[in-house]
Design a protein around this ligand. Structure first.
Ligand SMILES: Cc1cc2nc3c(=O)[nH]c(=O)nc-3n(C[C@H](O)[C@H](O)[C@H](O)COP(=O)(O)O)c2cc1C
Length: 221
């Protein structure tokens, strides 16, 4: 498949057929993904291929209150978990929601569950000392995570990146055997898609690209 086509059609897939995914394919996907860039080429990623259904259930259940917080903020028109705007939601109440997290309802039967962590000692965080939330830290792990989705797509698989688990990291560190100085970056579900995404909804280039300055004139080819 053309690279451009892979990028344009790698949407979030949350429903999978019952067809299993061979470990050999998972190994191939990770073997492609490892060519991701990272600051200083430190490659601080670690991956747990979570097979144990009981551990999967523990992870999914741990995310339930986070889903409650997410929905409560969405319902107020907020950006969930914003680091800029404080939420007006009653998060204590939101955490008591009992509905299932989308994509996690049947986590035991999802063909592949990967938990991706990063070794914080390997991160080059050039914006760490600014008086705002760091974004550079994620740059050394999320290209790897996206590569997993792209490599999976290239093999006819689909998947979704989820980050709810990071919010409950202290709670799931033990069942995952998360090493010291490591942070959870994502839980990635993979499998054969029930439906293949054909067209992704994304904003056009001119809506986010300007010349010379971010308040410059619109960039046009
Ligand atoms: C950092 C990050 C966190 C995400 N977390 C979740 C999640 O917790 N649950 C989920 O179902 N999808 C999650 N997604 C998937 C997004 O919802 C998805 O990329 C977005 O809605 C675009 O969907 P599309 O590619 O199908 O158009 C996440 C994506 C990213 C990049």
């Amino acid at each position: 498949m053309e690279t451009s086509q892979v990028m344009r059609t790698t949407g979030a897939v949350r429903e999978f057929t019952g067809q299993p995914v061979d470990d050999r394919v998972v190994a191939e996907v990770l073997d492609d993904a490892r060519f991701a860039p990272s600051g200083g080429n430190r490659q601080g990623w670690r991956v747990a291929v979570v097979r144990d259904p009981a551990v999967r259930r523990t992870l999914a259940d741990a995310c339930r209150p986070v889903w409650g917080e997410y929905v409560a903020q969405l319902e107020l028109g907020e950006t969930p978990f914003s680091v800029v705007a404080p939420t007006a939601a009653d998060l204590d109440r939101a955490r008591r929601r009992t509905d299932d997290v989308p994509a996690f309802e049947h986590i035991e039967s999802v063909p592949v569950v990967l938990v991706v962590a990063v070794d914080l000692r390997q991160l080059a965080v050039s914006d760490a000392d600014l008086d705002r939330h760091s974004v550079v830290a994620g740059c050394s792990i999320y290209p790897f995570v996206q590569n997993i989705l792209l490599a999976a797509r290239d093999r006819g698989l689909g998947g979704v990146v989820t980050t709810f688990l990071a919010r409950v990291e202290p709670q799931v560190a033990e069942p995952l055997g998360l090493p010291e100085h490591h942070a959870l970056a994502a839980m990635v579900l993979l499998g054969h898609p029930v439906r293949q995404v054909r067209r992704l909804r994304r904003n056009p280039v001119e809506s986010f690209t300007t010349v010379d300055r971010f308040d410059g004139k619109a960039f046009r080819a």
